[in-house]
Design a protein around this ligand. Structure first.
Ligand code: HEM
Length: 505
């Protein structure tokens, strides 16, 4: 059974258990939201039908709301709560620019992920790592690019062993997960750990465990979570496994720091050091730093892999893009070699990535926030949404709005490159890293993804490596492997294969 089937069964099972529990409670807890129109039935029992529909048809529900209630609010039932969605630029701007004390990204994420039980109390309490990613990590994307490039080359050589001129069917998801896990961890923790099979397996296991276990814990009544949460979660087991790999590394660094000072000679330029530079008090311990490294991996790996596999399917399904992309890479590499700057100038690849994220973005909603302002949050149109409400923006519908993107359902890999060339308003506007009120693949505003500068360079460098060295295609007669929509996630097909052979011309 593949991962997606497992996920589907888990999703169905969990929804069943949750619905039973909620039917017994017979009420959606939380603030009164009757003034907001509902997609689907809104009665306290009938809304469970909507909650079931949400599990596999959230995208359609969002689109229905987007069409019926333009530039305003609507709500959908999500098994244990209502989720309020907003459309229209002004309301999206209100969310994106709101202060954490009014609309909380962290509370919303901590509840969704049950961070305390699944990733550790420190990660819940003190989210200092986004600042580290935004500053030290992003600043070092260029300095560390040679390592990233080296890991891309060696992971492809190891994972796609081609013979002669033959095509090889490669399981896209599992292979790219390994490539991205190795490449990202070359940047985060360096050699040899980034190639250790048990460490890589652990990082992937955590990603799966957190999502599934958090759902289970979320279904428990709040008073049972402190007792049952730690039993359900795999935190202890995962951290024991992480200790084996990370404790010696972190302990050695802490020792050197104590003996030789904060900037000791020979200090590695990696995530562990950047975190240690920023950590305060309780966060400067082996366990806390180890948990933080795992947390950053959690934020980075699946997001990057899902995004990249969507892109790989686009590249394999629409082969006419390969030649122009090759020409772009060849010209830049000949001129400047492999650097962050040369990858930065690969505008066609950049456009292809942004278009892939527009059409198949990994979340059909984004900007998840919880209203924490005690007297509610008042939007710029005067609507006050009560404290405790969960808010999101309708990303998929926005990205497929014909007013914003002509022929929105057509995949046009060079859409943004053409816009970039035709408008004088500044090329930056259409770059893959640039967020806007029309483009939410990395969120927007205060909490927009701090890892996107790293992710975009890494993913573009992988595309460049593929087009330069391989021919790729989908299996004969098969089109782009279908996406799997589960709740608000848009997952790339988990078991589809892409054919690779050595480049022939
Ligand atoms: C293509 C890959 C990625 C995608 C699509 C992605 C997407 C996102 C999105 C949608 C958000 C929420 C933004 C909001 O609500 O406004 C986010 C936040 C975040 N991302 Fe990413 N991400 C990616 C890669 C990464 C990487 C590589 C890292 C780490 C190096 C990372 C670390 C984070 C963190 C720490 C946050 C929370 C920000 C905060 O607390 O303010 N992401 N990401």
């Amino acid at each position: 059974m593949d991962n997606i089937s497992d996920l589907k069964i888990a999703a169905l099972g969990l929804s069943g258990v949750a619905a039973l529990y909620l039917l017994i409670r017979n009420v959606y807890a939380g603030p009164r939201l009757d003034f907001i129109p509902t997609v689907g039935p809104s009665g306290s029992v009938a809304s469970y039908i909507g909650a079931f529909r949400y599990v596999f048809h959230a995208k359609e529900m969002f689109q229905e709301g987007y069409d019926k209630y333009p530039a305003t609010f609507f709500r959908v039932p999500v098994v244990d709560r209502w989720s309020v969605l907003v459309s229209g630029k002004q309301l999206i701007e209100d969310i994106a620019s709101a202060r954490e004390e009014d609309l909380s990204f962290h509370q919303s994420t901590n509840e969704f992920l049950q961070t305390r039980y699944t990733l550790g109390r420190g990660c819940e309490k003190d989210p200092y790592h986004p600042g580290v990613i935004r500053t030290s990590l992003t600043r070092n994307v260029g300095h560390r690019f040679p390592d990233v490039r080296d890991e891309i080359v060696s992971s492809f050589a190891d994972l796609i062993p081609l013979q002669g001129h033959d095509w090889l069917a490669v399981p896209a998801y599992d292979t790219m997960l390994q490539v991205i896990c190795r490449t990202s961890n070359r940047f985060f923790v360096g050699l040899p750990l980034c190639r250790d099979p048990d460490y890589l397996a652990l990082v992937n296991q955590v990603a799966m465990d957190v999502v599934v276990k958090a759902q289970l814990i979320n279904f428990l009544p709040a008073f049972l979570r402190p007792t049952l949460g730690p039993l359900i979660s795999s935190l202890k087991r995962n951290m024991r496994r992480a200790e084996k790999h990370l404790t010696p590394l972190v302990a050695e660094r802490l020792k050197k720091r104590e003996e030789l000072g904060k900037d000791w000679p020979g200090k590695p330029n990696d995530l562990i050091s950047w975190l240690m530079d920023a950590a305060q008090g309780d966060e400067l311990t082996i366990t806390a730093l180890m948990q933080r490294v795992i947390f950053v991996n959690f934020a980075a790996i699946r997001t990057s892999t899902d995004t990249f596999v969507h892109l790989l399917f686009d590249l394999a399904a629409y082969p006419s893009y390969i030649q122009p992309l090759r020409e772009e890479v060849e010209a830049l590499v000949k001129e400047e070699g492999w650097t962050k700057a040369s990858v930065g100038k690969m505008h066609k690849i950049d456009s292809f990535l942004r278009e892939s994220q527009r059409v198949h973005g990994i979340g059909t909603q984004s900007l998840g926030r919880k209203v924490v302002k005690p007297d509610g949050f008042t939007f710029s149109d005067g609507t006050t949404v009560p404290s405790g409400t969960y808010l999101h923006a309708t990303t998929w519908s926005l990205h497929h709005d014909p007013e914003l993107y002509p022929d929105p359902h057509v995949f046009d890999g060079f859409r943004f490159d053409k816009l970039r060339q035709s408008e004088e308003t500044g090329a930056a506007k259409y770059q893959a890293v640039t967020t806007s009120l029309d483009y939410l693949a990395f969120g927007h505003g205060v909490h927009s993804c701090p890892g996107r500068h790293m992710a975009v360079i890494e993913l573009k460098a992988i595309v460049a490596h593929i087009v330069l060295n391989y021919d790729i295609k989908v299996a004969n007669g098969e089109g782009r492997p279908a996406n799997q929509y589960i709740a608000s996630a848009c997952l790339p097909h988990a078991s589809a294969k892409v054919l690779f052979r050595k480049r022939q011309n």
